[in-house]
Design a protein around this ligand. Structure first.
Ligand code: PHE
Length: 436
């Protein structure tokens, strides 16, 4: 679950969303959303998966056979992760390309200002980003086809701690850059005048995205959990490490953004402009260190991205297998083709298709918005309503307390949050965003 949660959402998406939607004040909203809305929903999703022992597609209908709409919801919980995977693989491809650039020591050979400008040239090229995206998607499909098993699990177990250590090193370095203090202030001194009604939706959306909620993944992974695992402790542990990781990533990126004179609201390319800047500055005094750290850093980012993209594809694969009995390799080819096609359009939206807009957004931004500010919220809402209202309280208690053996004291609080606070917050956000 941590492998699925910790990924590009923390390193790539969090810093630029913070930059666009309100800095330090946005971070407070984000922390609040995670603790009082997302964590209870996380617990609901795990409950649903573990109790039904089914993937996201079949979980509701297994627990409430004959209930109307369960299949449709199940179907949506397969479509949503595939939409996410399509544009996620674009950023996965960018990371892969930047790993290549690190291996070629490009960041340490050039001036910091030159390397941070490389990104613009790279994404406006039609071919290179698209090929890298397909390569990333192909790697995801290959792992899913051969089974996730011990290889990738073991790898993520070691790579996530390495990523933590590296991000701390980068935080320290980034804070020491000249001009960085303004970035630290930007993150830690909330200025509430920077918040807009949109910030609330984006805070919740970011927190769902980062915890892999409303995308079928946690329900599917929950179904693999043992009956004596402590559900609340596992969920809270995942949420806290994910939060901590995002904060560290923000602390590594934002001071460097200010030091480099880049606009914090620069959008999806933010980290690809700042991280190379950090490495290039590091290399002025210590070229070998700069080169080595940049290679390790991008390897780990690619791995963190892969463990998340695998979890996204696995939901679709489980569906194809459960519903049509499709073989894994056939399913993976099909998913590769679908996501590759949508992903290619997303990739091209930074180059030749830059002029195409849907509801005022470029193709990439539109899919990202559609998934994380609309579909994920909707699916998460339906899930908590199902767990809060369709399942009996005794069933939920039985699952969360492992038959009354653990978490008895926290159960009433968790239940109240998941039954009332989480759905009401999501509905309030929908109303402010779409109706008012
Ligand atoms: N949580 C992942 C990340 O932060 C992305 C993701 C979203 C994965 C939804 C699975 C489902 O990178």
């Amino acid at each position: 679950m941590a492998g699925s949660a910790i990924g590009l959402g923390n390193i790539w998406r969090f810093p630029y969303i913070v930059g666009e939607y309100g800095g330090g004040a946005f971070i407070l909203l984000y922390i609040l959303s995670t603790l009082i809305v997302s964590l209870p929903i996380f617990i609901s999703e795990v409950t649903l998966g573990r109790r039904s022992k089914r993937s996201a597609y079949g979980s509701m209908s297994a627990l409430r056979p004959g209930m109307k709409g369960c299949r449709t919801i199940g179907f949506f919980s397969v479509v949503i992760p595939l939409v996410i995977l399509s544009y996620y693989s674009v950023v996965g491809g960018w990371s892969l390309d930047y790993l290549g650039k690190s291996l070629a020591a490009e960041f340490v050979r050039e001036e910091p200002s030159v390397v941070s400008a490389l990104f613009g040239t790279f994404i406006s090229n039609p071919w290179a980003p698209m090929l890298m995206q397909l390569l990333f998607l192909g790697a995801t499909a290959a792992v899913v086809a051969f089974g996730v098993k011990s290889g990738i699990e073991k790898f993520s177990k070691y790579s996530i701690p390495v990523l933590f250590v590296l991000i701390v090193v980068m935080c320290i370095y980034s804070i020491s850059l000249p001009g960085a203090s303004e970035g630290v202030r930007y993150l830690l001194k909330p200025d509430f005048s920077q918040l807009t009604p949109r910030s609330f939706a984006y805070a919740l959306g970011q927190s769902f995205f980062s915890l892999s909620l409303g995308a079928g993944t946690i329900v599917t992974y929950g179904s693999y959990m043992r009956s004596n695992d402590n559900l609340v402790v596992t969920s809270a542990g995942t949420a806290v490490s994910d939060l901590l990781f995002a904060m560290l990533a923000g602390m590594a990126i934002m001071p460097a953004v200010f030091a480099a004179g880049i606009e914090p609201g620069a959008g999806p390319g933010l980290i690809f402009q700042t991280i190379p800047y950090i490495f290039s500055s590091m290399a002025v005094d210590a070229p070998v260190l700069g080169a080595a750290v940049s290679i390790i850093f991008f390897i780990v980012i690619v791995v963190a991205a892969l463990t998340s993209s695998i979890s996204l594809m696995e939901v679709g694969m489980a569906y194809l297998n459960e519903r049509f009995g499709m073989k894994r390799w056939k399913g993976c080819i099909l998913l590769f083709v679908i996501c590759g096609f949508i992903g290619a359009l997303c990739s091209l939206s930074f180059g030749p298709l830059a002029g195409v807009h849907i509801f005022g957004k470029g193709i990439f931004d539109f899919f990202d918005w559609l998934a994380s500010n609309f579909f994920m919220l909707l699916l998460a809402l339906v899930t908590t309503l199902f767990v809060g209202f369709s399942l009996r309280k005794s069933e939920v208690r039985d699952e969360i307390t492992n038959g009354g053996t653990v978490n008895n004291k926290v159960f009433p609080v968790v239940y109240f949050l998941l039954k009332w606070v989480a759905p009401i917050s999501i509905i309030a956000i929908f109303i402010t965003n779409f109706i008012l």
